[in-house]
Design a protein around this ligand. Structure first.
Ligand SMILES: [Zn+2]
Length: 359
């Protein structure tokens, strides 16, 4: 009997070790990149306090610190930082995946497509806004939403969910890109409640004419529903997938110096992180990367109570700040995301994780 128990213990330890070794050795089949726009360390700590040390981001054991400056500005905007993360190149504020002369930089989403991966984008802003645009579009101006919308037809992206229906359907050039998407066999969804009816196939979900409302003003659980549905569809591709999921409005709360708005959007983001990590834990072949494109609002936690789950915050700016942002990584290849580095290296590390280097 004693021998049997020893044997069981040895078997258990062996499987745990091989599990750990497997994570170190193995490459992810899927990468889920989550960006909390404007979410600095203080924003994360505020949620940590409110959730009484029970945040999902803290489930990640591999942590990095990322420098966010753009090519000629200590303080970046979302276009330049999105470009850096998506292409590995620094550029000027306002530019989407092009250099200062308009020459294109190829994005991780485009490269994943070239390697047969399924791809997706989800955002709580218009899907043509700076951060999601930085994974699929090329434009000298982040404000050219109709030009950016056209680029969604250049890359065979599989799933995109967000706002900005007008940029596809109510355009100055009177093109109807919804018809173009239909011609390319996309399922088209305009009603959030219809998301669950989509089972598979390329899907364009444009649920708001312009930007979605705040979570607290009617957006409700859109981010969770859209993210899990997108992954359900992409996960049907045997070659694996790449998806970028953005909590866009954390930044808007920072600009507005609105603490209640900031906390609600960051709490939602962390809740969705939890669902994504649950998926990755079950799946075992998924690398999850959670970070920010920059901090916004110069937010600091000046007081609070961990037991009561309350905080008192302070804003020192109505704009972005240059402070480094945290990065949390989980899954195969996540150990490579430790350390202090430039935002451009997130792209390089994703390329290595997928095994695309030199290909
Ligand atoms: Zn901003």
């Amino acid at each position: 009997m004693k021998k049997l128990i020893y044997l069981l213990i040895i078997l258990f330890l062996f499987s745990a070790c091989t599990e750990k070794e497997k994570t170190k050795e193995s490459k992810p089949k899927n990468i889920i990149l989550m960006i909390g726009d404007g979410m600095g360390l203080s924003q994360m700590y505020a949620v940590y306090t409110i959730k009484k040390d029970n945040t999902n981001m803290a489930r990640c054991k591999h942590i990095g610190l990322v420098n966010t400056s753009s090519i000629d500005d200590l303080i970046t905007d979302s276009a330049a930082s999105g470009t850096a993360i998506a292409t590995g190149n620094k550029t000027k504020n306002g530019h989407i995946c092009v250099d200062k002369d308009g020459n294109k930089y190829t994005t991780i989403l485009e490269i994943a497509e070239e390697h047969g991966k399924a791809t997706g984008l989800v955002a709580t802003s218009t899907i043509t806004h700076a951060t999601p645009a930085a994974f699929i579009a090329h434009n000298i101006s982040r404000g050219d939403y109709e030009g950016i919308a056209k680029d969604f037809l250049v890359t065979d992206i599989d799933v995109f969910f967000g706002g900005g229906k007008n940029h596809f359907a109510k355009r100055k050039d009177s093109l109807n890109l919804i018809d173009s998407l239909k011609a390319r066999d996309y399922n088209i969804v305009f009603d959030v409640d219809k998301i669950s009816s989509i089972k598979n196939g390329k899907t364009a979900g444009l649920f708001y004419d312009e930007h979605p409302p705040k979570r607290s003003e009617g957006r409700n659980d859109f981010l969770e529903k859209a993210s899990l549905k997108a992954i359900e569809i992409l996960d049907q591709d045997e070659d694996g997938f790449f998806i970028m999921i953005e909590g866009s409005q954390i930044d808007w709360a920072g600009h507005a110096n609105n603490q209640e708005f900031l906390l609600d959007e960051t709490l939602e983001f962390d809740d969705v992180v939890g669902k994504i990590l649950d998926f990755a834990e079950k799946d075992g072949e998924t690398l999850v990367i959670i970070t920010a494109d920059h901090e916004c609002g110069g937010f600091t936690v000046v007081d609070g109570d961990l037991e009561k789950g309350t905080i008192k915050g302070h804003f020192s700016s109505g704009n972005h700040t240059p402070v480094m942002v945290p990065l949390y990584a989980y899954g195969p290849g996540s150990e490579d995301f430790c350390g202090v580095y430039e935002n451009t290296e997130i792209f390089e590390k994703m390329i290595v994780a997928f095994g695309f280097e030199g290909k």
